[in-house]
Write a protein that binds this ligand. Structure first.
Ligand code: FES
Length: 252
């Protein structure tokens, strides 16, 4: 027998033979995801302070019908489904959220509620998580818009310049790109279902793409958290500048 902990025969929620503080892992997830969800919801409904000069908050990009010609609510609500759906169905976040919020199970080798009838993601509603690959295509589109916003943030009244906001928005879209392009779905697109690269058409380029996506994919969790913080901070920065709470420092 290996020394790895296993569940006791009579398993109940939280029962385990593990002696380490396994519960510590889920606390930052609850704080980060809970905090981000509250902040993002408030901001999405706020419908104010989402742009200043060449800066546009990532929560409102692409900006659709800001003058309310046909959409009476916050423009952020029109686009929310894309980024939200992509994150909510992300393979990494699924693991983290199931553990932290559903305690299903709370950690490796820790018991879940015996009343739960575990069926994985093979039945409603969790089977819907399989739409993740389609959200990936949508996310790539959003990344294109955000790069466009970052590019625009280098121009103040038509003249080239760099402000702190320029750096914030550019760093944010860089991290979001790393998160998006380290997605498991992209790695599967490049190399999934293939047993032999050299036998497949475009095998050489697919192998190269698979290697790059594998390198990024191994760091997916890191990019997931960094980009979550950066997108929240980018919105916060634009909001602070737009409402006059701080001044954007011009560096160039
Ligand atoms: S697996 Fe996390 S974004 Fe696709």
């Amino acid at each position: 027998m290996s020394g790895s902990p296993t569940l006791p025969p009579e398993s109940r929620l939280g029962s385990t033979l593990r002696r380490d503080a396994w519960w510590i892992e889920i606390i930052p997830i609850i704080i980060m995801m809970g905090g981000f969800s509250i902040y993002a919801t408030v901001r999405a409904f706020e419908n104010a302070y989402y742009s200043w000069g060449p800066y546009l908050s990532p929560f409102y990009s692409p900006l659709i019908d800001p003058q309310h010609h046909w959409w009476p609510f916050s423009p952020a609500l029109l686009i929310l489904v894309g980024p939200l759906g992509f994150r909510a169905t992300c393979y990494y976040y699924r693991k983290a959220l199931y553990r932290a919020f559903l305690l299903d199970p709370p950690a490796c080798a820790v018991g879940e509620s015996p009343r739960r009838n575990y069926r994985g993601e093979t039945a409603f509603p969790f089977i819907l998580q399989n739409v993740h690959r389609y959200f990936f295509y949508l996310a790539v589109l959003f990344i294109a818009f955000l790069w466009h916003d970052a590019f625009r943030s280098f121009f103040f009244d038509g003249r080239f310049g760099v402000g702190v906001g320029t750096l914030v928005l550019t760093l944010n879209v860089s991290l979001l790109s790393l998160y998006t392009f380290s997605c498991h779905s992209l790695r599967h697109l490049a190399g999934g279902k293939l047993d032999c690269f050299s036998c497949a058409s475009f095998g050489r380029s697919r192998f190269a793409a698979w290697r790059v996506s594998t390198f990024l994919n191994e760091r997916h969790m890191l990019f997931a958290w960094c980009s979550l913080v950066s997108v929240g901070f980018a919105d916060f920065y634009v909001r602070m500048v737009a409402c006059g709470a701080i001044r954007d420092l011009r560096l160039l």
